[in-house]
Design a protein. Structure first.
Length: 245
């Protein structure tokens, strides 16, 4: 494959990955606590992309890694006592099927047994590392420090945490995260817990839409580059055939 076609094909692949990422962001604009994803580009030099006459390989664009923007989304009021949001840095801790998970999605609800769970049914964890256990028939008050009160008495406290390296977090679905770093890199959250509020997605709809249009335009230009490369190769082959005739 000639260098022009190789570079264009690599660019097309990167554009497809970018489009998938942007489309997923836009699809989760209404997902509570969702965090916007973006990508880091890099250049890859491959022997198959060697220049004419064995010159230095052409450099092809690739997506090296994805990164997540953990900045806070807008907080809006719901008035529902079991809806919680964190103002500032921090995550709620929930007990997942294979270990602890973390989330900014504070859409919790009571089970008949009195546990506070996520929409997926994962129990919200307290500061003691155990699932929160309350009386669903009694009014619930949550303080900014994460204390849980019923009838004026403290009955538990939320386990809200933050991390030294946010890059050690990986998404598990749309609003759950897994921490892949060491235990000593997890600390108490500095953010305040707000009852009766939820955090919106931090996706910039207008910015993501403009970005999608730009990527689509790049995709079209790269497609045309491949067609030009094919036409040039065809013309060269035909010219060589005529010269040898």
């Amino acid at each position: 494959m000639d260098p022009l076609t190789s570079m264009a094909a690599s660019g097309l692949r990167s554009n497809l990955e970018s489009l998938d990422l942007i489309a997923n962001n836009l699809a989760n604009v209404q997902t509570t606590g969702f965090k916007n994803d973006s990508e880091f580009y890099s250049l890859y030099a491959a022997s198959e992309a060697e220049g004419p006459g064995g010159s230095d390989p052409a450099q092809m664009p690739v997506i090296e890694t994805n990164w997540t923007d953990y900045s806070q989304g807008d907080l809006h009021q719901t008035g529902i006592p079991t809806d919680l949001a964190i103002s500032g840095a921090g995550f709620f801790t929930v007990a997942g099927p294979s270990g602890r998970l973390y989330t900014r999605n504070g859409t919790f609800q009571f089970t008949p047994a009195g546990r506070l769970v996520t929409s997926d049914g994962y129990p919200l964890q307290g500061s003691d590392g155990k699932p929160i256990q309350l009386d669903p028939a009694r009014a619930l008050t949550v303080t900014p420090e994460g204390e849980l009160l019923q009838d004026g008495a403290v009955v538990g406290k939320l386990q809200t945490v933050t991390f030294k390296k946010m890059s050690d977090l990986s998404k598990q679905g749309t609003s759950l995260l897994r921490f892949n770093g060491p235990d000593d890199a997890v600390g108490p959250a500095a953010g305040l817990v707000l009852q009766g509020r939820l955090e919106s997605s931090n996706v910039d709809v207008a910015g993501s839409s403009v970005r999608m249009i730009n990527v689509l335009r790049q995709f079209e230009m790269l497609q045309k580059s491949i067609l030009i490369g094919v036409d040039m190769n065809t013309a060269a082959i035909q010219q060589v055939a005529k010269s040898g005739a």
